[in-house]
Design a protein. Structure first.
Length: 294
């Protein structure tokens, strides 16, 4: 009988915990800190159907499990942790790089030979100094992408005269600047200025045709908006997103999807906006977590 190339995530946590003498929840936190930092090879953490895990979702599930705040449903997070499988080859590469003793059931002949030459320094994963910072950056990127998607939609809606396009000023840096700064991504940090310049040209070109107002429109106080910023969860297509979020919720509770990300991916083609599928997926997962924070 062929030996499986995978190990259950729960068995990985318990095996490393028992081997190192550390508490299971501490071992869980360390594994997820290293994962969100990118220290495990891509594709190490999977669902039984081979679908990759969203590492930020894995991190949130861990936070909920150890009793910390995270924008994820506690029951969903617990089920997710119990469904994950882990690639043994990914574990071996992590252990070799960080000099960690392989957990039970993951060793191979090659790893045993390497161990004779280079004895591991740790019986289980050590603390990851950059885990929390990496998670913050990942969350900031997700929020920034959602903000970009909303801004791009507003510009496109104005350019193409889409009915129902929102009547408001666009200032990507004012609304989402802190998220772009926190993301620490040069391309993302430059994007608000690009969108702001594009909006000015679009707004100027569209203004003559908008001078005659035939329908009453809602007027926003610019000073109050500037001080308050855009509240979390707002956006030019919030209503449509929330309909999709309710569908996602129903499917997840019914077991049709094993993760929030999978439920979102099944609906990105129906999500409003002109952004990429990836940005729409992130937007829907964020909406879901806001609506069902646990």
């Amino acid at each position: 009988m062929a030996v499986s190339k995978y190990i259950d995530f729960v068995d990985l946590v318990n095996g490393w915990s028992e081997q190192s003498g550390e508490l299971p929840l501490l071992t869980l936190r360390r594994i997820c800190d290293w994962a969100i930092s990118g220290d495990f090879p891509e594709g190490t953490f999977l669902l039984p159907n081979g679908e990759p895990i969203d590492l930020l979702e894995l991190y949130w599930a861990m936070k909920k499990e150890i009793g910390a705040h995270a924008p994820i449903d506690r029951d969903y997070g617990a089920k997710l942790l119990n469904r994950i499988i882990v690639s043994k080859s990914g574990i071996r590469k992590f252990c070799e790089h960080h000099q960690v003793e392989l957990p039970p059931g993951v060793g191979s002949l090659a790893s045993s030979l390497r161990r004779l030459v280079r004895k591991p320094r740790h019986l289980g994963p050590p603390d990851c100094p950059g885990g929390a910072a990496a998670a913050d950056r990942r969350e900031a990127i997700d929020w920034a992408m959602a903000g970009l998607d909303a801004s791009e939609y507003l510009i496109a809606a104005t350019q193409h005269s889409i009915p129902g396009a929102p009547e408001r000023k666009l200032d990507p840096w004012r609304d989402d600047g802190p998220k772009f700064e926190a993301s620490d991504e040069p391309d993302l940090r430059a994007k608000p200025d690009e969108l702001g310049s594009e909006w000015k040209s679009v707004d100027t070109a569209a203004r003559p045709s908008c001078e005659v107002i035939t329908e009453p429109v809602q007027v926003f106080d610019s000073q109050s908006r500037r001080s308050a910023g855009r509240p979390p969860g707002s956006g030019s297509y919030q209503a449509g997103d929330l309909e999709l979020v309710e569908e996602m919720r129903a499917d997840i509770l019914a077991g049709k999807h094993t993760s929030i990300a999978a439920a979102a991916r099944a609906r990105v083609s129906r999500a409003a906006g002109f952004g990429s599928y990836a940005s729409k997926e992130k937007r829907l997962t964020t909406r879901y977590s806001e609506r069902y924070p646990a």
